[in-house]
Design a protein around this ligand. Structure first.
Ligand SMILES: [Fe+2]
Length: 274
């Protein structure tokens, strides 16, 4: 059994102390192989917020992969946003940007956030297709030995159904198609502050898009939450854990049924909402 924990949008600066403490409790009771942190670790991209996020993540001993979110750039410093938008983020998290390989899984990340854009909403995502290609290549060797590959980024490539906000990720459709054609099995994202599990089917090629909720106080219709993905030869599940009072309670797992032992086989699973 391989177990990956996915969290996003912790937003230190507006973090939810009850959720963070409950998360630690939940993690102490669960064996996790790797942690995927899908961006927006801070609220305003302040050094103190990055420092607090790093201190908190350092409490957890498992391998981690961190990508930046659109909040992880200095909110009010236009000069830095243009010239070196992710310098602060990289100062604190550069060592957690590399691909992570564990028993049964490989995780790799790309940055879909931008310091500024030539459109009005700078919060939206943008995929650099060369970055995507390089990330897919990073996983080739591991998928060749039967491991399941996860791509981590902040912005969903396609707007998740039923999410409380629509997203418009640049080159998202092309990126989604490319991902479906690759051997990467999962796309793990944040940004919408609402959990979802979707099998994205692109003309017979597919992957599973999993969106994480938030551990901040910036709730959008859903309680604070995180996800756990469990992989075995027989079954794969994605479970959303919602904050109820001061503890996290699992929802009914989303059942997926690919056979990960054959890396050339694309995921053709169906998600069932519990
Ligand atoms: Fe975001």
């Amino acid at each position: 059994m391989t177990r990956i924990i996915q969290l996003a949008d912790i937003h230190f600066g507006t973090e939810n102390p009850v959720a963070l403490e409950a998360f630690e409790t939940a993690l102490a009771e669960t064996d996790v192989d790797a942690m995927a942190i899908c961006g927006d670790l801070t609220q305003r991209g302040k050094r103190a917020e990055f420092g607090a996020a790093r201190d908190w993540l350092d409490r957890f001993a498992m391998p981690k992969l961190v990508v930046a979110g659109n909040h992880d750039t200095p909110l009010l410093n236009l000069y830095e946003r243009v010239v070196s938008p992710f310098e602060r983020h990289d100062t604190y998290f550069d060592d957690l940007a590399e691909p992570v390989e564990v028993d049964g899984a490989v995780l790799t990340g790309i940055n879909t956030s931008r310091g500024w854009q030539t459109r009005k909403n700078w919060a939206e995502g943008s995929v650099n297709l060369e970055d995507l290609e390089a990330a897919i290549a990073d996983t080739d060797q591991a998928t060749g030995t039967g491991k399941t590959a996860f791509l981590i980024c902040h912005h969903p490539f396609l707007s998740p159904p039923d999410a409380p906000m629509r997203t418009a990720t640049r080159r998202g459709r092309r990126a989604s198609r490319r991902l479906a054609q690759s051997k990467v099995g999962f796309l793990l994202t944040g940004h919408v502050h609402s959990p979802s599990v979707t099998v994205v089917d692109d003309e017979g090629d597919s992957y599973v898009a999993v969106s994480a909720g938030t551990l901040s106080t910036r709730l959008r219709k859903r309680p604070a939450s995180f996800n756990i993905i469990e992989l075995s030869d027989e079954v794969c599940t994605v479970t959303v854990f919602n904050l109820h009072g001061d503890r996290f309670v699992p929802e009914q797992p989303h059942m997926l049924s690919p056979h990960f032992s054959q890396p050339e086989t694309h995921l053709t699973a169906s998600a069932e909402q519990g």
